[in-house]
Design a protein around this ligand. Sequence first.
Ligand code: CO
Length: 263
Amino acid sequence: MSKSLDHLFDQNLGWAQAKTRDDPGFFRRMAEQQTPNYLWIGCSDSRVTANDVLGLDPGEVFVHRNIANIVHTSDLNILSVLEYAVDHLEVSHVIVCGHYGCGGVQRAMVNERGAMLDHWLQPLTMLYRKHRPLFDALPDEGARLDRLCELNIEMQVRRLAATPIVENAWARGQKLNLHGWIYAIHDGLIRDLGPHLSSASERDALLSIDQRVAEPVEPQSARRRQAEDAFAGLDLSDMASPPCCMLPLAYSSSLPKTGGKDE
Ligand code: CO
């Protein structure tokens, strides 16, 4: 065993001991079976780990990660994971979760084309180049990157919905929901971006990704959803402009500072 990585083995020992201390039956249950209800397709970025950001234990989420969470429909790796998750584990939800500030997405926006990574990112590069005038109209480089990060997720959900694995599951009546989410590293919050798909007819009714480029969706975090739910319960119809003190605290503090992603 390499001495240089002894600290990782030591940390593993500490983690396993702590788990056993908190829940003596934890590893016995883990060894018997896994019954995750979710498949997470995320970026390889070391800061976006599914179990951590979802607050889930081992055994609760099946995971596939690659650079920029791309769904290549000829990628045996992701298709094998998807098939196992849908056909054998029978997960109810497949979540494509990208993140703002994604280095992979950023790479797709530059002209360097020498690495295998550039081949990997080609679908995203093509989308960016095709709609370059719309991206250039955004205020700065950060806004352009954020927008492409969002569109990448929407595109990958569409690609997921076009795989025979998902189509067959829907055709046989299996309950399977696809989701597009985006994670913000600066505050640790996931935003719901969409699309949400649970049938081929919902998929076929979607605007094309090219149309979506011109019509951004506002991402929604749990904090905003909770605030809007609270706000929806108030009847303010007879007030042209309710005073600030009438707004629920959570709502007023959740208003976006820049764009739709900072809350
Ligand atoms: Co990334």
